[in-house]
Design a protein around this ligand. Structure first.
Ligand code: SF4
Length: 529
């Protein structure tokens, strides 16, 4: 592959034009989406129904969350990383490959990619934290897909106005020894290499890692490092676009259909819906203390312990823990008994409890007020909304506790100092759910969690599966060999027959509400015509 020599073009976004050598008559989508990768310069045209809007967004959210998990488990660019990511893209039907004979399905996938990217821009432009998370996952996705373009990289860059100036042979010769030293690869035949000259601000990462020669504010980059520059360009464009998108928020927030949907998407839980009570009545109140130690995630363990110690929890804690217990299968009667027996040990007398607190518990079970059956909170909701204040115990300890407080807490949970450091590294990188996954692995003595943690109730279920299966295994190992099952159960797999569902604003929406949403119109502010 060879990059064209010449000046870098003005990279003003433009609609992609047709691919240079069509092998057969092109469908209209082929003209809009010539590559399985986009820089998303402009919003998609046309309208999508509310249902499509949500399903496309959820699919991309699943993809981005997988990218986050894979990126922590495997080194980016490693064989395992690429394999896992490729499998995920294939499973969720997102494009990543150029085919010699591209079919309609492929272009439809590219359209889905385009629309879903813009929907998540709407949802993830709303705060600094959300923007940072979104940009990071999109960059990782872009890096992988750029690599998959192989010999189409040059064409892709030209289409998108990204051309970099390769230095002339005389300059390469003059700088030969410096380029040799800085390339970090030995031995390198400098004469066989293409080097590009770019402003150092475009290549800070390479300069910092001393992987490129810097002279008079310009950096000389070997061909194989060009992806870093492209990523930098993509990052800048995306960050600017998110700032532009946030200017459209007043319009979006005035749209009754979109506002709840987008704010739910930004803290959406993608997985099983725990609002549907399973295992009702299978847990007794006597078991809760032991379950809290063995199978509760740290957020719920903290709430349970605080309730036992103080005989009281404030509203945020009662909501978070109360709905979690409901998701565990506690009946309304059990919940009332549990909270009352604990509160009356403190300063609340039985009458006050019945008047002031019982209503809220019945409300959570859909027996009062609007009679909504409330859903247990997902990790994203706990992490992103209603941060705890003084005297509160709700929230996510990985997100909301100071490291100075988190450390002794983990020590008290019998995590070793080296393991605590592994968790704290993830917390410092703002990978809160991954820190919790690591905690799960350590406390359950397993090498790999085998699922993507999104929900405290999911944590509990997975923990119980492991603990129960090891109990079964122990029991079985005490029996004669002939009676043992040949296939032990796989604790980390989702339960059979439980299909994943998504708890977002429109999952309960009327299917007839399909008035089209035009993303381009929503984003009219600041995007070029
Ligand atoms: Fe709870 Fe989720 Fe935080 Fe774990 S990551 S402590 S399950 S909110």
């Amino acid at each position: 592959m060879e990059f064209r020599h010449g000046n870098r073009k003005n990279s003003r976004p433009s609609r992609p034009s047709k691919p240079s050598k069509p092998s057969r008559p092109l469908c209209p989508l082929a003209l809009v989406y010539p590559f399985p990768l986009q820089l998303y310069p402009l919003p998609p045209q046309g309208a999508v129904s509310l249902q499509q809007f949500e399903s496309l967004a959820v699919a991309r959210l699943k993809l981005l969350k997988s990218i986050e998990t894979i990126g922590i488990s495997y080194a980016r660019g490693s064989e395992n990383y690429n394999k896992k990511l490729e499998a995920e893209l294939r499973k969720l039907k997102f494009p990543y490959r150029v085919y010699s004979d591209e079919k309609m399905d492929e272009y439809e996938m590219r359209r889905k990619d385009h629309i879903s990217h813009f929907i998540l821009r709407l949802a993830y432009c709303q705060s600094e934290d959300l923007r940072r998370w979104f940009i990071q996952q999109e960059l990782d996705l872009f890096r992988f897909r750029f690599g998959e373009l192989h010999d189409k990289q040059q064409e892709f860059l030209e289409e998108n106005g990204l051309e970099y100036r390769a230095i002339e042979p005389e300059e390469r010769e003059r700088l030969s020894s410096k380029l040799q030293t800085s390339s970090g690869q030995t031995p390198v035949v400098i004469e066989d290499q293409i080097f590009y000259k770019v402003p150092f601000t475009d290549a800070l990462e390479l300069v910092r890692a001393r992987k490129a020669y810097l002279e008079k504010g310009l950096v000389y980059i070997p061909h194989h490092e060009i992806v870093i520059i492209i990523l930098n360009e993509f990052r800048q464009r995306l960050s600017k676009s998110l700032a532009l998108t946030s200017r459209s928020l007043p319009v979006i927030q005035s749209d009754e259909r979109l506002q709840p949907l987008l704010s739910n998407l930004s803290c959406a839980y993608v997985g099983q819906d725990y609002s549907v009570q399973r295992n009702v009545g299978k847990i007794s109140l006597d078991q809760l203390d032991s379950l809290a130690t063995k199978s509760y995630p740290p957020c719920m363990r903290q709430l349970h312990n605080a309730l036992r110690d103080n005989h009281h929890l404030r509203h945020g804690g009662r909501m978070q823990y109360g709905l979690y217990l409901k998701g565990l299968g506690l009946t309304l009667e059990q919940a009332l008994l549990f909270w009352k027996s604990e509160f009356i040990k403190g300063k609340v007398d039985p009458d006050k409890f019945d008047k002031s607190y019982a209503y809220n518990i019945r409300h959570n079970f859909g027996k009062e007020g609007k009679r909504t059956d409330y859903t247990p909170f997902s990790c994203m909701k706990i992490i992103l909304s209603n941060p705890p204040g003084q005297g509160d115990y709700h929230g996510c300890p990985f997100r909301h506790s100071d490291l100075d407080l988190l450390k002794p807490k983990l020590q008290s949970y019998k995590i070793s100092p080296a393991e605590i450091n592994q968790i704290l590294d993830l917390v410092k990188g703002m990978h809160y759910q991954l820190a919790c996954q690591k905690y799960f692995e350590l406390t359950h003595n397993i090498d790999e969690i085998g699922f993507s943690l999104n929900h405290p109730n999911q944590y509990f279920i997975e923990s119980q599966k492991i603990l129960n299966s090891s109990r079964d295994t122990k029991k079985e190992s005490n029996q004669p060999e002939s009676s043992q099952r040949s296939q032990p159960s796989q604790p980390s797999q989702p339960p059979k027959g439980e299909s994943a569902s998504v708890s977002t604003a429109t999952s309960q929406a009327e299917s007839t509400d399909v008035e089209g949403i035009n993303i381009e119109e929503l984003l009219s502010e600041g995007y070029p015509e």
